[in-house]
Design a protein around this ligand. Structure first.
Ligand SMILES: *Cc1c(COP(=O)(O)O)cnc(C)c1O
Length: 362
């Protein structure tokens, strides 16, 4: 926490706005809109997962529809597809950003069309804060007229040719879960370029209650709105987002400076025009054996380090779903390691991690 959160929370208590609406909710949405700076509208919600669910609903995803999902991600990107009774088809990553491979995506679309069923949406991720290949994915989206849901849960503050992530999808989402670059403990937002869509999202997020004082409903809704207290945490956090990005990028640069010469380790570079918030520093080793050795050496010293996201097509729960693979996501899963990446790491702590890894290579 930054220290600014408590003022906003106190204000909520002092004015008795203890509800999933109020001045902090509106203020937090304004803060997000101003920060993203592309004339977007933000709807504050209870989680990033809820935002993805509503995004897919707003795109009219129904039972039996096909949704093309990046396989290299956290399961929350895909679960809402299942909530709606739709079928995810998993698309592998390319090597430059670890995100959705445009060639695999186009191949999947063409196969689906050949089989008589055009996909209804594309879910692309800005993984670990690195933007996906926005222009390539957008071109495919336009060519085939399939909308994109941009999952920017991990990428608040990242940008692509000076435009902020969270503004590239037909609908975009961000997350404020406890592990993200800024947090409200739990929370998320849906981002749209269209005020009517924002209003519709809020309608669906508040049990789809029709206007008027009667409790009248013509659609099925959800209880997905953000609490006014939680939004107060968000307003305090928005004051330090730039500091948090600086700290995360410093971690990455420090690790790279001290480990970058080891030839068995690869760091993910930013392609030209790509700016990552470096939410997590994830490095890739030459073999999975080396990765496993180092992971246990770190764990033995009480330092948490984990493999990078397990691709969705390898998840037991999704094992029978169709997939388009090129080996990239499995390789990253087998050889990748997420290093300690918190915004409050000290130089001593970073050095402790670095020493264990550097010593291993002698
Ligand atoms: C965290 C995360 C989500 C889900 O956000 P919640 O706020 O935790 O529901 C979705 N996608 C990705 C890639 C994430 O990392």
């Amino acid at each position: 926490m930054s220290g600014h959160e408590q003022e906003f929370i106190n204000e909520a208590f002092d004015t008795n706005w203890i509800a999933p609406l109020g001045p902090n909710v509106n203020g937090f949405e304004k803060d997000i809109e101003n920060y993203l700076n592309e004339n977007v509208h933000a709807a504050a919600l209870s989680s990033g997962t809820a935002a993805i669910h509503l995004a897919l609903k707003l795109l009219n995803i129904n039972q039996g529809d096909i949704v093309l999902c990046q396989t290299k991600t956290f399961v929350a990107s895909v679960n809402p597809v299942i909530y709606l009774g739709a079928t995810p088809i998993f698309i592998d990553s390319e090597k430059d950003t670890w995100n959705m491979c445009p060639e695999m995506l186009e191949k999947a679309i063409n196969d689906c069309i050949k089989n008589g069923k055009k996909p209804k949406a594309i879910v692309a991720i800005n993984l670990y804060g690195m933007p996906y290949k926005v222009e390539n994915i957008q071109n495919i989206s336009i060519k085939y007229n399939i909308p994109v849901v941009e999952d920017s849960a991990e990428a608040l503050g990242s940008s692509y040719f000076n435009k902020k992530c969270g503004t590239f999808g037909d609908l975009s989402i961000i997350s404020f879960n406890g592990n993200k670059i800024i947090t409200t403990s739990g929370g998320g937002a849906l981002i749209t370029k269209n005020k009517t869509t924002k209003d519709k999202a809020i309608y669906l997020a508040t049990q789809a209650k029709d206007d008027g004082i009667e409790y009248s409903h013509t659609a099925i809704g959800h209880n997905y709105r953000m609490s006014n207290i939680i939004a107060g945490i968000g307003r305090g956090q928005m004051k330090v987002i730039d500091e948090r990005i600086k700290a995360r990028r410093y971690n990455y640069e420090y690790y790279q400076k001290h480990l970058g010469d080891i030839k068995e380790i690869t760091f993910l570079q930013e392609p030209e025009g790509f700016f990552s918030n470096r939410w997590l520093t994830c490095i890739v080793f030459k073999t999975s054996n080396i990765r496993n050795d180092i992971m246990s050496l770190l764990n033995q010293d009480n330092i948490e380090a984990r493999p990078s996201w397990k691709p969705m097509h390898l998840q037991p729960v999704f094992k029978s779903h169709p997939k388009y693979l090129n080996g990239v996501s499995e390789d990253l899963y087998n050889k990748g390691l997420c290093l300690p990446s918190g915004s409050n790491l000290t130089k001593n702590e970073l050095n402790r991690v670095i020493k264990i890894i550097a010593d291993y290579f002698g």
